[in-house]
Design a protein around this ligand. Structure first.
Ligand code: SF4
Ligand code: SF4
Length: 397
């Protein structure tokens, strides 16, 4: 049996060879080559086997081609545990930094599998400045449109103002069509990308048990527990469940807001119940709870992002992370302000600002940080299917 050191030298030589090819025949990029090299070291070491799904998935492989590298990179939740546990982490000459190498490949996954392909480069430009500029530009456009109509302030419309009715400012049908089309297009673009990712290396046949396990792992964010349930490493080697909790607040806050919108649409079209709805009604209660979650979650994630150890992940992607977090935060702040002041003369102005921000969020969904949740879900499902296949090792046909 080869020693770990000999395996590492072999892996380094493979990774530095520009003609290094994966099983599907394309030369690897430096980022892919680095994950391939590190996985060969880890496969000899296996110390971190119980930390997350990456390591058991790794042990089912003898070599790491492009498809394997992208699968494993998206299975990694960037918890940082294996970096702090690793005896071969920098400054050791093996320079094993799994979370950083995986993060760099994840960005490449989003770019390579983007639909349309020419939009893939947007992932590299989708930073904080672009997010704020897009939201500001769209909000300004809506404000100017209302000014030209003379309906920016309700006193110009009637003595009663808009009575808290958003659809007196922008008709419900126009909003539903505009936002519905953009949201469906965003999901379609992500869906095409994930389908390509799935087909890159078919894991086997889907089963109810595999789907159930993947859904459970996604909804509980099992792998942000660090393998022992104590959580991630953020600024140092101390464990914390903060990142899992802030992710949960963000995700479930988003889902509650989405549910509130769907129920309001049902009220409007199916039951002919028109807005504004009482503060105690189901859409408003769900929207308020969701807005609070969407405020606390992204605020916490931004705080963690600012203090995160630069060795975790890829610092070049932080503008993309922060752009997405900023849009989520602005969505909740403007939404809650709109609800609180819906009966005031500020309602039209706040509505235009809120809609501009939400539209910027929807437009950037398929080409920004949101993609990590979609590709990671697909990777978890792949792993749930793959682990149920008989035989310990996967070999290329
Ligand atoms: S990250 Fe380090 S300690 Fe963990 S399996 Fe890889 S080489 Fe071993
Ligand atoms: S950073 Fe965390 S999730 Fe990623 S491979 Fe290491 S232990 Fe697994």
């Amino acid at each position: 049996m080869q020693s770990l050191e000999a395996l590492t030298r072999e892996a380094s030589a493979l990774a530095s060879n520009p003609m290094n090819e994966g099983p599907i025949g394309f030369a690897m990029t430096p980022a892919e080559g680095e994950v391939s090299r590190i996985m060969q070291v880890c496969n000899a070491c296996r110390y971190c086997e119980g930390f997350c799904a990456v390591f058991p998935a790794m042990t089912r492989r003898l070599e790491f081609g492009r498809a394997d590298v992208h699968f494993l990179a998206n299975l990694c939740h960037n918890c940082g545990a294996c970096l702090h546990a690793c005896q071969y982490a920098p400054p050791h000459e093996f320079a094993v930094n799994v979370p950083k190498a995986m993060a760099e490949v994840r960005l490449q996954t989003y770019v390579d599998y983007a639909w349309p392909a020419s939009f893939g480069s947007l992932y590299k430009r989708n930073g904080l400045t672009l997010a704020l500029a897009l939201a500001g530009g769209l909000a300004l456009f809506l404000i100017l449109a209302l000014m030209l109509q003379g309906s920016l302030f309700p006193s110009a419309v009637s003595s009663h103002g808009h009575d808290g009715n958003f659809y007196a400012v922008f008709p419900h049908s126009v909003l539903a069509l505009l936002f519905g089309v953009v949201f469906v297009l965003a999901l379609f673009a992500l869906g095409v990308g994930v389908r390509r990712f799935w087909r890159n290396e078919e894991p086997g046949t889907l089963s109810g048990a595999a789907i159930g396990e993947a859904v459970h792992d996604v909804l509980t964010l099992r792998y942000l527990g660090g393998g022992h349930g104590k959580g991630c490493n953020d600024a140092d080697d101390a464990f914390s469940l903060a990142r899992r909790r802030f992710h949960h607040l963000t995700f479930y806050g988003f889902m509650l807001c989405f549910a509130a919108t769907c129920i309001a649409t049902l009220y409007h079209y199916a039951f002919r119940l028109e807005a504004p709805y009482a503060f105690t009604s189901l859409p408003v209660l769900l929207g308020t709870l969701g807005g609070i979650g969407l405020l606390a979650g992204p605020a916490g994630l931004l705080w963690l992002n600012l203090k995160r150890d630069p060795q975790h992940g890829d610092v070049a992607q932080r503008p993309m992370d922060r752009g997405f977090i900023a849009l989520l935060l602005l969505t909740s702040v403007s939404g809650l302000a709109l609800l609180a002041l819906r009966d005031s003369s500020m309602m039209s102005l706040l509505l235009a600002i809120h809609l501009g921000i939400v539209m910027a969020l929807f437009l950037t969904l398929p080409y920004g940080k949101f993609a990590h949740g979609i590709f990671r879900t697909a990777a978890l499902l792949k792993w749930s299917v793959e682990k149920r296949r008989p035989g310990a090792l996967l070999v290329d046909d």
